[in-house]
Design a protein around this ligand. Structure first.
Ligand code: NAP
Length: 246
């Protein structure tokens, strides 16, 4: 039986997910890293985590496919026997104005962001319930609260994650499992790098702290929510956005 705690982070080969996985590794957690893209350099990732003297498992799985999620969670349990912290981080955007948005663009974003969160949470919570402990953190977004022109699919998925988080927090509290959501504003990752400079500048001007956030800053908050430091916090949505939403 592994003495160390284990964290499973979806979409953790890059961006916010990778910083989250690195933060938990720094704190001595075993880490399960999920990714989906064929371009992922699994060997480089493995080396980076092994340097931190923790065990890591890197598993390819599409979070929107139930059978792949089942395998992801079963392999994690086989290796580490338990999952103490789950971070539902995997997410995509497919932006378009409503009248131009195809059904495929709408469905894909809902399937990965919202249904993926449901599938992984369902598969993992079964094991957390047996242990009567756990912490789940779901990545929402400020646009899940405020809405955003050109992102009706994405903001609907992120608003859905907030409702999902609060419902599951109520269901699982009696089993000592906490469920919270993090709503980042504008964070420097591949997801936001594709935005045109004028859009970035407009967003920057709307941020009271007058700068883009870093994936590391989000990882610190997620670590806090995953660890016992936040042992009396559940069912919350915490904005991390330089003051965009107040
Ligand atoms: P990112 O750099 O684009 O990374 C997205 C991650 O999700 C990648 O690791 C990707 O895997 C993974 N992924 C995508 N589809 C997947 C699938 N079907 N199954 C498993 N993994 C999948 O994004 P990010 O900026 O770090 O965002 C991380 C989370 O924070 C997302 O949920 C996003 O909506 C949320 N968020 C981000 C911002 C921001 O400003 N960046 C703001 C608010 C909320 P591969 O590496 O294998 O492609």
């Amino acid at each position: 039986m592994s003495e160390r705690k284990t964290v499973l982070v979806t979409g953790a080969a890059r961006g916010i997910g990778k910083e989250v996985a690195l933060k938990f590794a720094d704190q001595g957690y075993n880490v399960v890293i999920n990714y989906v893209s064929d371009n992922t350099d699994v060997n480089a990732l493995k080396q980076e985590f092994q340097e931190k003297n923790v065990e890591c498992l890197i598993i390819k799985a599409d979070v929107s496919k139930a059978e792949e999620v089942t395998k992801l969670v079963e392999k994690s349990i086989e290796k580490f026997e338990k999952i103490d912290v789950l971070v539902n981080n995997a997410g995509i955007t497919k932006d378009n104005l409503l009248l131009r948005m195809t059904e495929e663009e709408f469905d894909k974003v809902i399937e990965i962001n919202l249904k993926g969160t449901y599938l992984v949470t369902k598969a993992v919570s079964k094991y957390m319930m047996k242990k009567r402990q756990g912490s789940i953190i779901n990545l929402s977004s400020v646009v899940g609260v405020s809405g955003n022109a050109g992102q009706c699919n994405y903001s609907a998925s992120k608003a859905g994650i907030i409702g999902f988080t609060k419902s599951i927090a109520r269901e699982l509290a009696s089993r000592n499992i906490r469920v919270n959501s993090v709503a980042p504003g504008f964070i420097a990752t591949d997801m936001t790098a594709v935005l045109p400079d004028n859009v970035k500048e407009t967003i920057n001007n709307q941020i009271p702290l007058k700068r883009i956030g870093s994936a590391k800053e989000v990882a610190e908050l997620i670590y806090f929510l995953g660890s016992d430091l936040s042992s009396y916090i559940t069912g919350q949505v915490i904005n991390i956005d330089g003051g965009m939403l107040m």
